[in-house]
Every structure is written in structure tokens, then in C-alpha cells.
Design a protein around this ligand. Structure first.
Ligand SMILES: NC(=O)c1ccc[n+]([C@@H]2O[C@H](COP(=O)([O-])OP(=O)(O)OC[C@H]3O[C@@H](n4cnc5c(N)ncnc54)[C@H](OP(=O)(O)O)[C@@H]3O)[C@@H](O)[C@H]2O)c1
Length: 337
């Protein structure tokens, strides 16, 4: 009942009207998803994506997807492999990683994928991942920072960072920075950050930048806002390099994110009652695959996509000063110059 409890406490305690708005946004999202579903099947087809897989090839492209052992990331990795990409699966658990790799290789008919083991909540593990990757690969065409958590807020990593902040913000910050030289030498290349519409209720307090004083869902919103601020700051820093960076909201998707990986009666119940309203991981992967592969977004950088549509993100996400400050937080915590 952890999810229900924290969500209820959050709803009861918050006084921020803006937050209520965004708390309701998944419901609105689900309604819009259903309407969109009907429209796509009838008149208002999204033409650029529907036949994307027939037109776009990722042959000879190397694509690294974090959080590819489940949910949206797994579907993204398969989608990219089906377009001919060499997919790099990053997993924290060896057996889940192997299982994912076998699934992708079997289902895609693409080039064989590769598995790297890394716990993205640990700085040294991310550094080792990058070192090992550079030893084995000479290029990187697409980096998808997809891994994310909600429920691990309040626990410290061995680096003394809140786990939610570490996985959702520090990991993409460090991984991207450590792989930038390869992305630049492989240009044109693309970075895709999987944020969330939950960034809309994010409100970073630099006196509590890891949102330790907040509940899990507010901390999650803050971390997704942090990822957007990072994306926009990075896009500016990468101008003229041929490396683009965009962020996205995948929709409200049926994954382990909310209902959890472990099975229990309450989680099973939660899954059962929510699943008719949620979109499939395949649908959730479409924006990432689109941004990774479509010629339509070639050269497009520093943008936010709500599913397949470019949209404006929250006002706070365009705060350049906050973006710079947050960059420094990432650099200090990971001891980067
Ligand atoms: N589902 C939604 O409705 C929704 C909406 C908006 C945004 N998103 C975003 O979409 C992204 C993917 O989430 P999802 O819904 O697909 O959730 P998910 O099924 O729970 O997948 C999360 C992935 O991240 C991995 N991960 C978590 N902690 C990690 C760590 N310390 N080291 C390495 N990998 C780690 C998980 O690995 P394990 O397999 O080992 O657990 C899993 O592969 C997240 O960034 C999430 O915030 C999701």
C-alpha cells in the first residue's frame, strides 16, 4: 500500500494549487490518450510516425538505452533494434539484463545487442560503465537516459545522495558528460532524456536540492524538472557540435514504475484497476524511438516533446539561472571539473 499511502499523504498535505492541477494530469492524459487512440485509428492519423519503421533505418548506429530491462526502456531497445541499431542494454541486475538481451535479439532480427552491468545510483558504477563502453565501442550515435524511479526516495546511496535524485538526475548528468566526447566524434548524434509531465509540479528548492524534505511524488516532480533544466542547459553548451538533446514525456504507461516490480496483493490489485486506463510500454517507447531515429527531428535540439508532439514545458523549466546552478550541483556531487 506504499504507493497509495504516499500519494494520499501528498494529496492531503500539499497546498500548492499548481500541484493539484498536475496531480490530475495523468487522468487528463489517460482521457487524451484514449481520444488520441481513437483519432489515430480513424481520421487524424499522425502520419510521420505510423510508417516510420518502414522508412527509417538505424543500421550501423550504436544506441545506448538505460533502464532497458523493463517497461518503456525495454520496448525502446526493441524498437531501435528493429530499425537495425546495435543496442546497448544497461542493467543493474545481470540475469534481468541477459533475459532482456535474449528477448531483443530474438524479437528484432537486428544486429546482436550488448549488455553492460551498472547500478545507476552509484557514481563509480557509472564511471566504470563509461570506461568499459569506450574500451569496446568507438562510436555512440544515440544515448537515451530512460532509467527512473519513484519509490526509492529517502534512501541514501553509498555516495550519500538520495537514491531518487541519484538515479533520476545525477545518473543522466554524469553518464552524458562522460560519453560526450564519443557523442561528439560520432556526430550527428542524439541525446534523449525521458522526463515526465510531472515536471510541471516540480519546484526545486536549492536549500533542499535533493528534495529530502518532500514526499516521493513531489521529489519525483522535482527530479524530472531537474532533468529538463539539464537538457536545456546541455543543448546550449552543445550548440554547433552536431549533438542534439531533447526531452520527452512518454504518456501514462503501464510499467513497474508505479506498481513496483515485486508482486504483492496490493500491487496486483493496483495493476488490475489501473491497467485499463494506461497505455502499453510499446506506446510509451514511441516518442523515444521517434526522437532517436526520425529525420524530421534532425538538428532539432533543446525541445520538449509530449509523446510525439513538441510542446512548451513548464515556465520553471526555462529558468536559465536555475539550469546553471543545477549543473554546478551535478558537477560538485560527481566531482567533475
Ligand atoms: N510509466 C509512466 O507512466 C511514466 C510516465 C512519465 C515518465 N516515465 C519515465 O519513464 C522512464 C522509464 O520508466 P518505466 O515507466 O518504464 O519504469 P520501470 O518499468 O520501472 O523501468 C525503470 C527502469 O529503470 C531501471 N533502474 C531503476 N533504478 C536503476 C538503477 N539504480 N540502476 C540501473 N537501472 C535502474 C530499472 O531496472 P530494473 O529492471 O532492475 O528494476 C528499469 O529497467 C522513467 O524515467 C520514468 O520516470 C514513466
Amino acid at each position: 500500500m506504499g504507493w497509495i499511502r504516499s500519494e494520499t499523504v501528498l494529496l492531503l498535505t500539499t497546498t500548492n494549487a499548481c500541484y493539484y492541477c498536475y496531480a490530475l494530469s495523468p487522468i487528463i492524459d489517460v482521457i487524451m490518450a484514449c481520444v488520441g487512440e481513437v483519432c489515430q485509428k480513424s481520421v487524424f492519423i499522425i502520419p510521420h510516425y505510423r510508417d516510420a519503421s518502414e522508412k527509417i533505418g538505424l543500421k550501423d548506429k550504436v544506441c545506448l538505452v538505460t533502464g532497458s530491462t523493463s517497461g518503456i526502456g525495454k520496448a525502446t531497445a526493441l524498437g531501435l533494434a528493429r530499425l537495425g541499431a546495435t543496442v546497448i542494454v544497461v542493467a543493474r541486475d545481470e540475469s534481468r539484463g541477459q533475459e532482456t538481451l535474449e528477448y531483443i535479439n530474438k524479437e528484432s532480427n537486428g544486429p546482436p545487442g550488448h549488455l553492460f552491468i551498472a547500478d545507476l545510483s552509484e557514481i563509480d558504477s557509472i564511471k566504470n560503465l563509461c570506461k568499459e563502453f569506450k574500451n569496446r565501442f568507438e562510436r555512440l550515435d544515440v544515448l537515451i537516459n530512460n532509467a527512473g524511479v519513484v519509490t526509492q526516495h529517502g534512501k541514501n546511496t553509498t555516495d550519500g545522495i538520495d537514491t531518487l535524485f541519484a538515479v533520476n538526475y545525477i545518473a543522466p548528468f554524469l553518464l552524458t558528460n562522460l560519453l560526450l566526447d564519443l557523442l561528439k566524434s560520432s556526430a550527428p548524434s542524439r541525446i534523449i532524456n525521458v522526463s515526465s509531465s510531472a515536471h510541471g509540479y516540480g519546484n526545486i528548492d536549492f536549500n533542499d536540492v535533493q528534495s529530502r524534505k518532500k514526499g516521493a511524488w513531489r521529489a519525483y516532480g522535482d527530479s524530472k524538472l531537474a532533468l529538463l533544466l539539464f537538457s536545456y542547459e546541455l543543448a546550449k553548451r552543445l550548440e554547433g557540435t552536431g549533438v542534439t538533446v531533447n526531452a520527452l514525456h512518454p504518456g501514462v504507461i503501464s510499467t513497474n514504475l508505479i506498481s513496483g516490480r515485486e508482486s504483492s496483493l496490493s500491487r496486483g490489485f493496483l495493476r488490475a484497476i489501473s491497467s485499463p486506463f494506461l497505455r502499453s510500454p510499446q506506446k510509451g517507447a514511441e516518442p523515444s524511438v521517434y526522437l532517436a531515429s526520425s529525420p524530421e527531428v534532425e538538428g532539432i535540439t533543446g525541445k520538449y516533446f509530449d509523446k510525439l508532439r513538441e510542446r512548451k514545458s513548464s515556465e520553471r523549466s526555462y529558468d536559465e539561472e536555475a539550469g546553471k546552478k543545477l549543473w554546478q550541483v551535478g558537477a560538485d556531487l560527481t566531482a567533475m571539473k
